[in-house]
Design a protein around this ligand. Structure first.
Ligand SMILES: N[C@@H](CCC[C@H](N)C(=O)O)C(=O)O
Length: 289
């Protein structure tokens, strides 16, 4: 099968993008396709697969699959790249438009020069903070803020936030000492998170600045995670480190995002989106429509 693709990244969080307006793919093949394209040795190499889809609720839709073939409900870096793609390919004509994700419809605004998008602002919607909405098992307390969390004999303090996808945020004193590889796999698969969890470590530098690292559910360590950075800013406000309505600069491995948890509810994220390659993926599978 010859599948047209675009490779894009937001701060190094890179996905293979397939425009399924032009090239529909059979549903049952998607998890395997995601695993195959992501393989750096025998595929293209990426953190996963993102589909740019028709939608009944917005001009376009987005679906994202992790490296292991599992489907996530949203992706902050992916949304900025989808916004860049659909604007530059004239699937939308205004600089503001909505995108449907599996977590709901979000608003995008592209910043462009001569038709080329360099930066995108996404209104990621309201964070969900109730334990059952993360979802997370545990005591009856409603929100999970600075809660003791024992894993592999290490006691951490957990703040849990859903940005449409689940995030476990842990504040650390020094980001370079965050136990990303040591505890990321155990936390992401911990039985208290029935749907798994993205594992975020954050170091507060000052109220409007933090360092951030992530172990993503289904993909492992990535250079950046937009929804994770949003979750970390929400967690910083809940723990009294940052203020609601304040723009926070989040330093990720791949670069910076600017994030505000607005007073009226939603979390706004601003950052870059880049195209790195377009091409054809020769997939040795059958079943493409
Ligand atoms: N990289 C993404 C988040 C990806 C989704 C995640 N791995 C999941 O399973 O929820 C981002 O930029 O937000």
């Amino acid at each position: 099968m010859e599948i047209p693709f675009t490779k894009m990244h937001g701060l190094g969080n890179n996905y293979i993008y397939i425009n399924v307006f032009d090239y529909p793919i059979e549903e049952a093949l998607l998890p395997e396709l995601a695993k195959d394209v992501s393989n750096v040795h025998t595929g293209i190499g990426s953190d996963g697969l993102i589909l740019i889809t028709p939608s009944e609720r917005a001009p376009v839709g987005m679906r994202m699959f992790n490296k292991d073939g599992s489907e996530g409900k949203t992706c902050g870096n992916g949304l900025r790249c989808v916004a860049k793609y659909v604007y530059e390919h004239q699937l939308v004509s205004d600089t503001t438009f909505s995108v449907e994700t599996r977590a709901g419809v979000v608003q995008a605004e592209v910043q462009e020069k001569k038709g080329k998008v360099h930066s995108v602002t996404i209104d990621m919607g309201k964070p969900l903070l109730h334990r059952k909405d993360i979802p997370m098992k545990g005591s009856e307390t409603d929100k999970v803020v600075n809660e003791p969390f024992l894993v592999d004999e290490t006691e951490l303090r957990l703040t849990a936030v859903s940005m449409g996808n689940p995030h476990a945020v842990f504040f650390v004193d020094q980001i370079e000492k965050a136990p990303l590889y040591e505890l990321g796999p155990a936390i992401t698969g911990d039985h208290r998170f029935p749907e798994g969890v993205n594992v975020d470590f954050a170091e507060i530098i000052q109220s409007n600045e933090m360092n951030f690292r992530v172990w993503e559910r289904g993909s492992g360590v990535t250079q950046a995670c937009g929804s994770g950075a949003c979750a970390a800013v929400v967690a910083a406000v809940l723990n009294g480190f940052s203020e609601r309505g304040q723009e926070v600069c989040v330093h990720l491995t791949g670069g910076d995002l600017w994030i505000t948890w607005e007073h009226d509810g939603p979390v706004r994220m601003r950052g870059p989106a880049e195209t790195t390659a377009i091409g054809t993926y020769y997939w040795n599978k059958t079943g493409i429509i």
